[in-house]
Design a protein around this ligand. Structure first.
Ligand SMILES: Cc1cc2nc3c(=O)[nH]c(=O)nc-3n(C[C@H](O)[C@H](O)[C@H](O)COP(=O)(O)OP(=O)(O)OC[C@H]3O[C@@H](n4cnc5c(N)ncnc54)[C@H](O)[C@@H]3O)c2cc1C
Length: 460
């Protein structure tokens, strides 16, 4: 596009589109490298999906793991993520992000005072060792607030309520952005490089229907800003999408609360049943992959676990709040449980008996589950009503090892970077099943740091 003479212009080294985890990490890295940086956020507050997440970032070989006696390295992390994702179109990113992950979390904590520590009480989906690093509260809003504070200390401008509507492109190179909104007059910010950190397209039903129609049945539980325009700008410049069908689903959004029912309830031995009182699959495929199984059940859907599992999971703040709000109903007997869940008691008894036999090792599990936590379940039982949801899309623009957007022929679009949900993710090509815990923030914050450093090169 070209700019009109009357449109006011500002110049900076690096413009970042989107103030979620990816954009804020990119801004910090670019500022560290001496660049002048502005972050433009279309909504009235920074945070995006990052603020709604549990803030868990995987890293292999971090000093926090060493201090906890956890042996890990990037090869193991790469193998773990690829086992979960299966082969895919951006495997170079899996390797690159694993190799830079320890430096990423150490940089966040040591250089920028971001509050992260190693989660030692669960590993979650895809990981063979404990490698998720999260705020103590396990709330992404704390990660987001820490990143915003670090950006302010680093002299980064974060401007909210400023939607980017177009890229400024001259002779095939990206040279800035156009900003225009209901409360913001059209203006141009010229820059040496632009980092697209605007997340994916899960909040845009038209793009979901076009790019990932299999997600259409899932209700979206993420932030409203993920409307996919940044991916469209990249495509207009000749870029391609990779791993387009990948997404993070969540099988157990607490109903009607809308918060996450921790998957620890399942990993420790719980099950998911539908209105017929039957289980819907192997819960250990993970909270993302299991969302598709839940769609095959008949509502209402309930997670069933027991008081021991509830008490273990109470360490997680969001779960504790759900319990406080009445989202975990204790039932003394199977009859009580059947009445709370609203299913035929004999059907439920038969399901739980068969599951207990599998957990004891007396019989193979009818759904192939092999990890039962502390099951068989014991009274008192606990039940939480849940529904499946879509958290974010993982497919996006093809990028190189430093998040430069690539055209179909493999050449970079000069001046353009993409991170997080705008970039190809590392969750494979099998819908929600390829998602390992932390893949979302890994591609956001991990690629963000790499993009910020590369975008600042030669500009400061
Ligand atoms: C409930 C929930 C729990 C999750 N838990 C985890 C977890 O524990 N670990 C994990 O790895 N992932 C998790 N995820 C996924 C994770 O939150 C996302 O993958 C990650 O936050 C994406 O970061 P991002 O910076 O790419 O996008 P976001 O954090 O969404 O930030 C993008 C920002 O760009 C803004 N924006 C969009 N378009 C424009 C525009 N045109 N102009 C200006 N601004 C724009 C948006 O408003 C938004 O603020 C979870 C997601 C949800 C919904």
């Amino acid at each position: 596009m070209s700019t009109e003479q009357s449109t006011p212009e500002v110049d900076v080294d690096v413009v970042i589109v989107g103030a979620g985890g990816g954009g804020l990490a990119a801004a910090l890295a670019a500022a560290d490298a001496g660049a002048s940086v502005v972050v433009l956020e279309k909504l009235d507050a920074p945070g995006g999906n990052t603020a709604l997440s549990t803030g868990s970032i995987p890293a292999a070989g971090s000093r926090f793991q060493r201090e906890a006696g956890v042996e890990d390295d990037p090869d193991r992390m790469t193998a773990d993520l690829l086992r979960q994702s299966g082969p895919h179109e951006a495997e170079h990113l899996t390797r690159r992000l694993a190799e830079t992950s320890a430096a990423l979390v150490e940089w966040l904590v040591d250089d920028h005072a971001i509050g992260l520590s190693l989660i030692t009480d669960y590993k979650h989906v895809g990981h063979t060792v404990t490698r998720l690093h999260a705020p103590r509260s396990r709330r992404g809003i704390d990660l987001s607030n820490d990143l915003v504070a670090a950006c302010r200390r680093a002299g980064v401008d974060i401007v909210t309520g400023n939607p980017v509507t177009e890229l400024v492109v001259e002779d095939g190179a990206v040279r800035g952005v156009v900003v225009e909104g209901e409360r913001t007059e059209r203006h141009v910010i010229r820059a040496g490089a632009v980092v697209l950190a605007a997340n994916g397209f899960a909040a845009n039903r038209d793009l979901v229907a076009r790019w990932a129609p299999e997600l259409a049945g899932l209700e979206y539980f993420g932030a409203h800003g993920s409307t996919g325009e940044a991916i469209e700008w990249g495509l207009e410049l000749g870029a391609t999408m990779r791993n387009r069908s990948a997404f993070q689903g969540y099988a157990a959004v607490a109903y009607p609360h809308g918060s996450i029912l921790s998957w620890t309830t399942q990993e420790k031995g719980g099950v998911i049943v539908d209105s017929r009182g039957v289980r819907l699959g192997d819960e250990i495929v993970g909270y993302s992959g299991f969302a598709a199984e839940v769609l095959t059940g008949t509502a209402p859907i309930w997670a069933v676990y027991d008081a021991r599992i509830r008490d273990i999971t109470l360490r997680e703040e969001e779960f504790a709040e759900l319990v406080e709000m009445g989202g975990a109903k204790e039932c003394a007997t199977i009859d009580d449980l059947a009445s709370v869940v609203g299913v035929d008691v004999e059907a439920l008894r038969s399901t739980l008996d068969a599951y207990a036999a599998a957990a004891r090792g007396d019989e193979p599990d009818s759904h192939g589950r092999t990890d039962f936590g502390i099951a068989p379940l014991e009274p008192p039982y606990v039940a939480s009503r849940v529904s499946p949801g879509l958290f974010h899309t993982q497919g996006g623009l093809d990028v190189d090892d430093d998040a430069r957007v690539l055209r179909e022929n493999g050449s970079p679009v000069p001046g353009l970077f993409a991170v997080g949900g705008v970039a190809a993710g590392v969750s494979g090509q099998q819908g929600g099943r390829g998602y390992s815990s932390g893949n979302g923030l890994l591609t956001a914050v991990g690629l963000g740091r790499l993009a910020g450093t590369a975008a600042a090169e030669g500009q400061a």
